[in-house]
Design a binder for this molecule. Structure first.
Ligand SMILES: Cc1cc2nc3c(=O)[nH]c(=O)nc-3n(C[C@H](O)[C@H](O)[C@H](O)COP(=O)(O)O)c2cc1C
Length: 320
């Protein structure tokens, strides 16, 4: 909701936030993307140097390759070398063995651990997983044994309030809903396959805004949300925070900027996003992230319809 009398100066905006007990200087995470393949160490190094310069938290891509093949571990470690004092998140699949998860954390001296869920992608990949039993129990064990805060994340298909509640009940206190609307791995995997993918599966998932709104509406004490999946602009980050997220994650957009114009383009992209987020915070009269999470939000259109059907109290959000 716009505020014509914000009574704030731009340089008063405080972007610090916290997610699952981790303090982020800025509410923008460079989300899990690369590692383990040829040529990606340079991308990881460039992004980590930028994360250090802009004081952003950063996650690496799934470290399974680095655990199995020690000679590719350097493509992940470069992130810690380039961002020695920053918040770095390790990343493994939610079904990972405890030893592997601990190794992933050690590899980076990581401050936190992302556990990713990506059943739709696995099911459309010819070589993907077919059995998703036991993941919740693994997550519960990892939360207890990882030694660092755990963030459970989707990979572009969204987390529903039912899933969020299951995760919360086993001790998870940070969730990245990573919803539909940005990078689409069902589509990507479909392009690799010989036949056209079922269009309904290609468009599978819960849109990011809907996922954030319905999980935030649970108001689970101590649960922090990251909104990712299609976050491109600062104004979108602002809307995600106003819906209740404590931070946003950006993957595809920063990678595209890097691919098109290298480290300098990625720097311009991220500095622009942060500046636009701060502007949007002034315009809503929110000095900090906490305040932003409680600004009035009017949800119309398909997201409003989604929220209405899922019992999200739209009047409460619009009139707080
Ligand atoms: C090239 C690429 C590789 C990715 N690899 C991983 C991964 O290894 N582990 C993971 O948890 N997510 C991975 N993701 C998913 C992102 O972290 C994020 O959840 C998803 O892309 C949605 O965000 P976006 O729309 O900003 O890209 C990857 C995304 C991209 C673009």
């Amino acid at each position: 909701m716009h505020r014509s009398l914000p009574e704030l100066a731009l340089d008063q905006i405080d972007l610090t936030t916290s997610v699952g007990g981790l303090r982020f200087s800025r509410p923008v995470l460079i989300n899990a993307m690369t590692g383990g393949a040829h040529g990606v160490a340079e991308i990881n190094r460039d992004l980590a140097l930028l994360a250090a310069e802009l004081d952003l938290p950063m996650a690496v891509g799934s470290q399974t390759a680095g655990i199995r093949e020690p000679d590719v571990a350097e493509s992940y470690r470069v992130v810690r070398h380039s961002h020695p004092h920053g918040v770095i998140l390790a990343n493994v699949g939610a079904g990972a063995a405890i030893d592997d998860a601990c190794q992933a954390v050690e590899m980076l001296e990581a401050n936190g651990l992302q556990l990713h869920l990506n059943a739709p992608q696995e099911l459309v990949m010819p070589e993907g997983d077919r059995d998703f039993r036991g993941q919740l129990a693994r997550i519960e064990a990892l939360v207890r044994k990882a030694g660092v805060p755990v963030i459970v994340k989707e990979c572009g298909f969204g987390i529903s309030r039912e899933t969020a509640k299951q995760l919360y009940d086993v001790g998870v206190r940070a969730i990245d809903v990573s919803g539909r609307g940005g990078t689409n791995f069902a589509w990507i995997e479909g392009q690799r396959g010989p036949a056209a993918l079922d269009p309904g599966l290609e468009a599978w998932g819960i849109p990011t805004a809907a996922a954030v709104a319905e999980v935030a509406a649970l108001e689970l004490p101590g649960l922090d949300l990251i909104a990712s999946g299609g976050i491109t602009y600062g104004s979108e980050a602002a809307r995600a925070l106003a819906l209740g997220a404590a931070a946003v994650g950006v993957a595809g957009a920063v990678l595209r900027a890097h691919q098109l114009g290298g480290a300098e383009a990625a720097r311009q992209y991220l500095t622009g996003l942060l500046a636009d987020l701060a502007r949007a915070m002034v315009l809503t009269g929110a000095q900090g992230v906490r305040a932003m999470q409680h600004r009035p939000v009017v949800i119309t259109g398909p997201t409003g319809e989604w929220c209405r059907l899922r019992g999200v109290d739209l009047l409460k959000l619009a009139n707080r």
